[in-house]
Design a protein around this ligand. Structure first.
Ligand code: BTN
Length: 262
């Protein structure tokens, strides 16, 4: 793995072409979680597109109260402040993972979206996301928090050895954190303005669960199994069960049955 080096803001700004997303950057060597810092900055009036980036998180958060392993300088940990119209805001669960996946595919073409919003390569997690939101009379503010294993080696951690990977491991070469992050900003800004049907179509093309047998673990209720058949414009997942009924799920995790080797 390459020697860790600090994030280079000049390389990032040279590669970034977006008007607003990533224009304002809040950079820290170490924070508890970029989620908290982004929320604080938003409350102070941080504009749409503000990027809160840290080299290290001492209390990185995952979905459903899990922690997110965030060692210094090897990877990307960031939260964006997005102030979007409501019709765009409700489609962020599709827009954000699509932007991240398409940007990652410039370096690792096999990357795919694992519903709801992880990025997987070779059946292993390379990136996790969560999207917090606040809705008030002043409008909606979303805080997509994204952690990407770029140049670190998560397989050195016993609990991640069999389930995680990094982009450098998969590419067989170091990946520029600055160019990757600029690519995410560029794509995200374009997708925020793109036609909703086209966005959903592109997400479905990059989904690694459609057509596969999955077990759904809803945030409330019993787990159940079936085939993942459809993903709606807002990110809801349709699962066809053995009795012929289709169940739509919004808040859940899914596990995939391993691909048969036959
Ligand atoms: C998950 O896989 O469950 C979601 C992981 C989200 C991690 C990112 S890293 C940047 C931001 N800050 C956090 O504390 N969490 C998100």
């Amino acid at each position: 793995m390459p020697e860790p080096a600090p994030f280079n803001p000049i390389t990032f700004m040279e590669a970034r072409q977006s008007r607003e997303v990533g224009k304002h950057v809040v950079y820290r060597e170490s924070v508890d979680s970029t989620m908290d810092l982004a929320r604080a900055r938003a409350n102070e009036g941080a504009p749409h597109g503000t990027l809160v980036l840290a080299e290290e998180q001492t209390a990185g958060r995952g979905r459903r109260g899990r922690s997110f392993y965030s060692p210094a300088m090897e990877n990307l940990y960031f939260t964006l402040v997005l102030r979007c119209p409501m019709d765009v805001h409700r489609r962020l669960p599709v827009i954000v993972p699509l932007a991240v996946c398409e940007a990652i595919r410039e370096f690792v073409p096999a990357a795919a979206v694992k519903w709801p919003n992880d990025i997987w390569v070779s059946e292993r997690k390379a990136c996790g996301m969560l999207i917090d939101a606040e809705i008030s009379a002043g409008g909606a503010v979303a805080f997509p928090g994204i952690g990407i294993n770029v140049n670190g080696d998560p397989t050195l951690q016993p609990e991640l050895r069999d389930i995680a990977t990094s982009l450098a491991r998969e590419a067989g070469a170091p990946v520029s954190r600055e160019r990757l992050l600029a690519g995410i900003c560029n794509r995200l800004e374009a997708l925020l303005e793109a036609d909703e049907h086209e966005v959903a179509l592109r997400y479905r093309e990059l989904s690694c669960i459609l057509g596969r047998e999955v077990t759904v673990h809803p945030h409330a209720g019993e787990a159940f199994s079936g085939m993942a058949t459809e993903i709606a414009e807002t990110g809801d997942l349709a699962v066809l069960m053995a009795d012929g009924r289709t169940e739509w799920v919004t808040a859940a995790d899914v596990t995939l049955r391993p691909k048969s080797s036959a």
